[in-house]
Write a protein that binds this ligand. Structure first.
Ligand SMILES: *[C@@H]1O[C@H](CO)[C@@H](O)[C@H](O)[C@H]1NC(C)=O
Ligand SMILES: *[C@@H]1O[C@H](CO)[C@@H](O)[C@H](O)[C@H]1NC(C)=O
Ligand SMILES: *[C@@H]1O[C@H](CO)[C@@H](O)[C@H](O)[C@H]1NC(C)=O
Ligand SMILES: *[C@@H]1O[C@H](CO)[C@@H](O)[C@H](O)[C@H]1NC(C)=O
Ligand SMILES: *[C@@H]1O[C@H](CO)[C@@H](O)[C@H](O)[C@H]1NC(C)=O
Ligand SMILES: *[C@@H]1O[C@H](CO)[C@@H](O)[C@H](O)[C@H]1NC(C)=O
Length: 554
């Protein structure tokens, strides 16, 4: 650790001392080599009857179409609702009287309207929690809304109303079906309970339309609970057969994994890749592995960060929603670390989302829009250490696509054979020799890929406190280590990027004319699909006024 810090200090110090030399190198690069590479590349490609350079090979494993769609949602709403809402508890006993479930003002349209107004495109409902009480009239138990005679005379179906309300607003639906069931007598008898569970899965996945987008298999189970084996392969097999675009969540995937805590925080290193064979559901000894993922993982299973807007999962009169700054912090540490935030918003006893929670969600959405709807890098000049071909230029990081158009540096082969060194043109002679030594003394030298955003005029400064970097994860998650510099000063550093990495700069704001992102280590070529420089006024307000520019390592 001490070594690393010393090394970092050295790197910054040297960087400062070398600024004049580096500027010379940069200006050489820009005037003679890189710019001409770009220009040459473009005109050559353009003249070759429209045939474009191919994308580079993917780095396996890759996300599925459904996983990519899930990742782009960024925030999903979780709704914990059931008998616990009426008993003021978090884990029911299974002995609750179904008649206590009586949501007199239940209206799933209010849930869907709240999600819609919060910019949330998927809602997941606890169809059955550990207490075993079913929010739909299952044919296979009496412990359900069928027995809640006080509510709609036992004819209510929360799942049905929930799916209909979501669908009517173009919001997707998902369900949670607790494996641990404290009510059903079959629990503990492997075959009987697995048949019961599969029968319920069939009901939920055939009676409410074919558009279920996520199913949640919770690994939670009481310490003294009866032992039994869940037939996960049968469960997952049936789910996939019945719903074609669904993502299956569990501690171990197969499509979405748990992040290893219920605080909403991903690891500062967070790979979507992991080895499924090293995971098992309900096993709490690999939380760190779940939190960070595995750069060598053979399965693409991004993490979901579940956390409640209040302290509990179910509604309790005594609790109130988290403050905006806390939610923003969670956003940066989940969405900003390559994960999806699964934010629980519990309906109250009336059957509606409480006004305080609705207000908080509106503030949260409005804050996110305030911060991210304007990219301060828009309209700036953009430049990179090298580029693959005409259609992989650095300008792709500033377009509206955050997935399939990207900057790709030239492959090592291209740099060696026809890149910087051999692209003489101007300069030449001694300077060109020196450049060769500095930039690429041997084929085995590590790559130095960078991309730079530059204010469009010399007197204009870019002022920001958040950096957003996104990889073209459709071709695999790649970046292992990166740094961000403003006018040569290090302002942020990190490891993985993935679908989205957000850095909050530790000072209130930085300003400068050149922002450079360097990729220090990567699985194959780094592919960057989007870069944003943003200003977060909530973050600025929370920082001490006189803090000066320095490095930030979360
Ligand atoms: C589990 O059982 C033990 C012994 O009966 C008891 O002391 C403990 O409180 C129980 N734990 C839970 C979570 O119920
Ligand atoms: C469940 O099985 C484990 C391991 O075999 C054992 O230690 C534990 O006591 C069992 N629990 C119950 C409630 O039977
Ligand atoms: C839990 O995970 C650890 C670490 O991966 C592993 O050694 C252990 O065998 C697992 N336990 C079970 C019951 O699968
Ligand atoms: C994951 O699997 C890959 C490929 O088998 C292996 O190289 C890597 O070491 C594994 N990771 C862990 C943590 O075991
Ligand atoms: C639940 O929320 C609704 C609407 O937001 C509100 O009118 C009602 O009073 C709340 N019920 C309780 C028990 O807090
Ligand atoms: C300003 O900086 C000084 C020195 O770092 C520190 O002692 C002081 O507490 C800071 N003041 C505020 C308001 O943050």
């Amino acid at each position: 650790m001490a070594d690393k810090l010393a090394h970092l200090g050295y790197a910054i110090g040297v960087y400062k001392k070398l600024v004049p030399a580096i500027i010379i190198i940069i200006s050489l690069l820009s005037s003679s080599s890189i710019m001409s590479v770009v220009a040459w590349g473009s005109s050559l490609e353009g003249s070759r009857v429209g045939i474009q350079t191919t994308p580079p090979l993917p780095v396996l494993p890759l996300p599925s179409y459904s996983q990519l769609k899930w990742q782009q949602r960024e925030i999903i709403m979780f709704l914990h609702f059931g008998v616990n809402t009426y008993t003021d508890s978090e884990w029911g006993t299974g002995q609750e009287d179904p008649n206590i479930f009586n949501p007199t003002g239940f209206n799933a349209n209010q849930w869907a309207a709240t999600a819609e107004a919060s910019g949330i495109s998927l809602m997941i409902l606890t169809a059955k929690h550990h207490d075993g009480f079913c929010l739909w009239p299952s044919k296979y138990t009496e412990h359900s809304v069928k027995s809640s005679l006080a509510w709609r005379g036992g004819a209510g179906d929360v799942v049905k109303d929930f799916v209909a309300a979501a669908t009517s607003r173009g919001i997707d639906a998902g369900l949670y079906l607790s494996p641990w069931d404290r009510n059903d007598k079959r629990y503990g008898r492997d075959l009987d309970y697995n048949e019961y569970y599969l029968a319920q899965l069939q009901e939920l996945l055939t009676q409410y339309g074919g558009g279920m987008r996520e199913i949640w298999f919770d690994g939670a189970k009481g310490a003294n609970a009866t032992n039994m084996t869940y037939y996960f392969d049968d469960w997952f097999g049936m789910v996939k057969a019945l719903q074609s675009s669904i993502n299956v969540f569990s501690d171990a995937g197969p499509d979405v994994r748990w992040v290893g805590n219920e605080n909403g925080f991903a690891g500062s290193t967070c790979w979507a890749t992991i080895n499924r064979t090293s995971l098992s559901i309900g096993n709490t000894s690999n939380l760190q592995y779940l939190n960070a993922g595995d750069p060598r993982g053979t399965d693409y299973i991004p993490a979901e960060c579940d956390v409640s807007i209040r302290s509990g999962w179910f509604w309790h009169k005594s609790e109130s929603p988290k403050k905006l700054t806390e939610l923003l912090n969670i956003y940066y540490l989940s969405v900003g670390r390559n994960c999806v935030l699964l934010l629980n918003v519990p309906p109250n006893k009336t059957g509606l989302i409480s006004p305080a929670d609705v207000r908080t969600l509106m503030q949260f959405r409005s804050a996110i829009d305030t911060i991210f709807s304007f990219n301060l890098a828009a309209g700036c000049l953009v430049r990179a250490s090298s580029q693959r071909g005409h259609n992989f230029g650095p300008e792709n990081v500033l377009d509206g696509d955050h997935l399939w158009t990207y900057w790709a540096p030239a492959s090592s082969k291209d740099i060696d054979e026809e890149g910087i060194n051999n692209n003489g043109g101007g300069g030449g002679g001694k300077d060109q020799d020196r450049l060769r030594r500095v930039v690429n003394p041997s084929r085995r030298r590590p790559r130095n890929d960078w991309i730079e955003i530059r204010a469009s005029t010399d007197d204009r400064l870019i002022r920001f406190n958040v950096v957003r970097i996104q990889e073209a994860v459709g071709l695999g998650q790649r970046i292992k280590r990166h740094r961000v510099y403003v006018d040569g000063k290090l302002v942020a550093k990190g490891t993985t990027v993935g679908y989205k990495r957000l850095h909050r700069i530790s000072s209130r704001m930085v300003q400068g004319s050149v922002v450079r992102i360097r990729v220090l280590d990567s699985r194959d070529l780094p592919l960057i699909s989007s870069i944003g420089l943003h200003f977060d006024p909530f973050w600025a307000a929370a920082r001490p006024k006189n803090q000066s520019l320095h490095t930030h390592d979360p």
